[in-house]
Design a binder for this molecule. Sequence first.
Ligand SMILES: [Cu+2]
Length: 178
Amino acid sequence: MTIGKMLLPAALLCAAVATSAEAADKAIADILGKDGRSIGTAAFTEAPTGVLIRIELRGLPPGFKAVHIHSVGTCADHDHGFVASKAHLNPQNRKHGLLNAEGPDAGDLPNVYAHADGNVTAEIFTTLASLEGKGGRAAILDADGAALVVHAGPDDHVTQPIGGAGVRVACGVIQAAR
Ligand SMILES: [Cu+2]
């Protein structure tokens, strides 16, 4: 039996070295209620055209609730209504509202629904933002960070500046989870 010459392929040294500048593709927010205690989480996953957000909350009054990405990553002022998270993520200075012809701003999201037991379980997607600004979208993890804020009532998606959603009842600082 003749064995032909075997050609050994050159070993390919795959440089499996992750660069330190690797972009975050996941983030997490521990959502705090008005007493500063955790009421759940929001998990963020970067997608090719936006960010997928899975929200799990408990202990909220039933009904639709506005959720938005606010422009500053702090929720320490729970005794003062989470106002330190400031206005919506909105680097392009658009009007608020998914149903507004002059909107939306980059922090706008669909409402979530708290059931009779107070639980919210939702998965929503935004094409208006990116964890680190991919594709020119608004960056969530910029120098001053961002927060996911839950309001007392629903967003009508038109009225300025927050769709008539009422006070802020919960807040979570969005943090990279590499
Ligand atoms: Cu808001």
